[in-house]
Design a protein around this ligand. Structure first.
Ligand code: PLP
Length: 392
């Protein structure tokens, strides 16, 4: 199993992309150009960051006070949770729908109703705390992070109304969805008070690492743009990841590729995406700014471009085994736990009882890595369709 998971790494980089990435030379001018492009496009003040989670943390710090509660999607990446925590805020998870993988108006109203229950810690004597949000109960959320999971846009008109009604500031997280449009025609990133981007592995803008934020509304606090140079080891890891990936996949004939990638991860030449450290002082690598700008300019202007399709299946391990046998690398699941990856899940104290759909989806989801063409996927879809969960 692990062999295939590792072979999926950097598979989104074509030969040309890989060479471009490996040899790109970045200058300060490239950073300045990306800042002015983002400031313009998203109509605010752009700041470049080390990665998406640092960008999101800075955005949150700009608008919220320590201790504030913010609503996040109950099916997400550990990076989001980490950012909320780094900004000293309380995450409140809202359950999702099976169709969009986003929270729904209903689950959001539930969260608000819950937040009006006063916790034992705060006042009341008989709060049991079971399956709930021990941190956030009794605290009315001040904000909501809009994630547009896997590129599926939320119903922005409803969400905007909801946010207005409950006086919530909206932060848009574009890690999965840069370039996508909401159903009312507005582009993602043009609605919230602030927007955060990740340029991490397999994100909609992928330069291996890097991130940015755009502050659209005047914020309460000034934030300091990250200015420290990237660590040499981190720069090199981001620089050579696509090349390492290509070499390992090239070696699959002799079954060595998977083993080599596993070794590269072990000796920290390659980093698993979730392990990228949050650091609000470190700036982006300049070559990443250059490549990110290139990708932003290449984003299609119309329609939805979900970065990953998904299916819900029975007996997922069996499906994945069959896919592997047929030569598909589908194992890097988004997400195998409501807050992924699994190795960080325990830290989150996820309120499973409050988010049953997210728990179920995390057990059933198989998503299509974006490096396969439609034609390549015919065989995979055949396998998947035998196991598909019928939506009731
Ligand atoms: C990956 C991700 C981020 C941030 O990722 P970094 O690895 O820190 O760049 C933020 N939000 C979501 C939803 C993500 O999937």
């Amino acid at each position: 199993m692990a062999r295939h998971y590792y072979l999926g790494m950097a598979a989104g980089y074509s030969g040309v992309d890989c060479l471009r990435h490996t040899f790109a030379v970045g200058r300060q001018k490239d950073c300045d150009e990306l800042v002015s492009y983002l400031s313009n496009k998203y109509d605010g003040q752009a700041v470049l960051c080390k990665n998406g989670r640092s960008a999101l943390a800075l955005a949150l710090m700009a608008y919220f006070e320590p201790g504030d509660a913010v609503i996040i999607n109950g099916f997400t990446c550990y990076a989001v949770y980490e950012a909320v925590k780094a900004a000293k805020l309380k995450p409140v998870f809202a359950d999702i729908s099976k169709e969009s993988l986003n929270y729904t108006l209903e689950s959001l109203e539930d969260v608000m109703a819950d937040s009006s229950v006063v916790s034992k810690k705060n006042q009341d004597a008989d709060f049991s705390g079971k399956g709930s949000y021990p941190d956030a109960v009794g605290k009315k959320p001040k904000g909501i992070i809009i994630q547009n999971t896997l590129g599926n846009p939320v119903d922005i008109v409803e969400i905007e109304k909801f946010a207005k009604k409950h006086d919530l500031m909206m932060i848009e997280d574009l890690a999965h969805c840069a370039g996508v449009r909401y159903r009312d025609g507005r582009e993602v990133g043009t609605v919230g008070v602030a927007v955060a981007f990740s340029f991490g592995k397999d994100k909609s803008i992928d330069t291996v690492s890097g991130g940015a934020l755009v502050l659209r509304d005047p914020c309460k606090k000034d934030i300091k743009a990250p200015s420290e140079s990237p660590k040499v080891s981190e720069h090199l890891r981001a620089r050579f990841y696509p090349l390492f990936g290509a070499i390992c996949r090239g070696l699959t004939y002799v079954k060595l590729g998977g083993a080599l990638m596993r070794l590269l991860v072990k000796i920290h030449f390659v980093e698993r995406s979730a392990d990228n450290r949050l650091d609000m002082t470190q700036r982006i690598s300049k070559f990443e700014a250059k490549l990110a700008l290139r990708q932003f300019k290449g984003l299609k202007k119309t329609g939805e471009l979900p970065i990953r399709g998904f299916n819900l299946v029975r007996d997922r391990s069996e499906v994945l085994a069959k896919l592997r046998k047929a030569g598909y690398y589908f194992d890097g699941l988004w997400y195998e736990k409501p807050v992924s990856p699994e190795r960080y899940y325990k830290k989150v104290h996820f309120p499973e009882a409050k988010c049953p759909v997210a728990v179920e989806v995390a057990e059933q989801i198989v998503n299509t890595p974006c490096y396969y063409s439609k034609k390549d996927l015919i065989g995979a879809n055949k396998i998947i369709s035998e196991y598909k969960e019928e939506n009731e």
